[in-house]
Design a protein around this ligand. Structure first.
Ligand SMILES: [Zn+2]
Length: 278
């Protein structure tokens, strides 16, 4: 079986002739480890085909999925200012520069308007990749301007939350955004313009304590981590483990009517697009 033996030792192929798998062609599910092509995953609305895990996606992906094709981005020019000259391990300025480079975004909130099943909608969507989706003054300002846009054009608003909470580098300025966004949302309610709050994994801290829970309809992605304090903080405080997850729940809450729908078993391989929610 001499033909079966390696005649020369070591790898003979020159590095430049090596055939590499292009980056980003395959995706590995973080829960079950299933390998899928990015194309298949995208066609399945970023849900793992094997275990139904909802992969964390960016605001651009949500806009592409939800809007009927074309949409217009708004308020991309607003950027954070290091008002407190904040420094922990790194300075806030450095952190911002790093986040701009990494995400190609100007902050953790992006606003866009377009049509969903031919109905107009404004979506304000958070990105976890930008300093943990933290809520700073830019997030508050963008929500505020998105609401003004909704009032002016009589369009409903949807906020897609994905956040670790308030941005500690902006300290009290972050916390003020809770009051600012909550107050602004009442203007929508007064004009009877609907506001949908869509909570994705994770929705915690100051975001949960303000706009994420104030929707005329609140709904969440399956098994999204939703809570005020994260599991680690709860464990350290009460010395008990809490997953904080809501398995297979879809939550609907209104200003006057609060309803909870709990499906014992989520239909397999069935996904809902926003406009098709029952
Ligand atoms: Zn999976």
């Amino acid at each position: 079986m001499s033909w079966f033996k390696r005649l020369k030792e070591g790898i003979q192929t020159a590095t430049k002739n090596k055939k590499e798998t292009p980056d980003g062609l395959w995706h590995k599910c973080v829960r079950c480890g299933e390998m899928t092509t990015v194309k298949d995953l995208r066609e399945n609305l970023y849900i793992c085909p094997k275990c139904d895990y909802h992969t964390r996606v960016s605001s651009t992906d949500y806009f592409d999925m939800i809007f009927d094709g074309k949409y217009t981005r708004h308020f991309d020019e607003i950027v954070s200012v290091d008002m407190l000259d904040f420094k922990d391990i790194k300075s806030y300025e450095d952190r911002l520069t790093e986040a701009y480079k990494k995400t190609n975004l100007k902050d953790s909130m992006s606003v866009a308007s377009g049509k969903v099943n031919k109905y107009p909608l404004v979506i304000a969507c958070m990105d976890f990749g930008f300093i943990g989706g933290s809520m700073g003054s830019v997030v508050g300002e963008k929500i505020s301007r998105a609401i003004d846009y909704c009032l002016e054009h009589k369009m409903p608003l949807m906020i897609i939350s994905k956040s670790g909470g308030a941005r500690m580098m902006e300290s009290a300025f972050s916390l003020m955004q809770m009051a600012k966004t909550s107050a602004k949302l009442t203007l929508l309610a007064k004009k009877r313009i609907p506001y949908f709050s869509f909570m994705t994994d994770p929705t915690t801290g100051g975001v949960t304590a303000s706009y994420a829970m104030l929707g005329d309809i609140n709904f969440a992605e399956p098994e999204a981590l939703i809570g005020f304090a994260g599991p680690r903080v709860i464990k350290e405080t009460i010395k008990k483990r809490s997953s904080g997850r809501i398995p297979n729940f879809r939550i609907f809450a209104g200003a006057r009517i609060s309803r909870f729908y709990c499906t014992q078993k989520r239909p397999q391989k069935q996904t809902y697009r926003f406009a098709e929610l029952p």
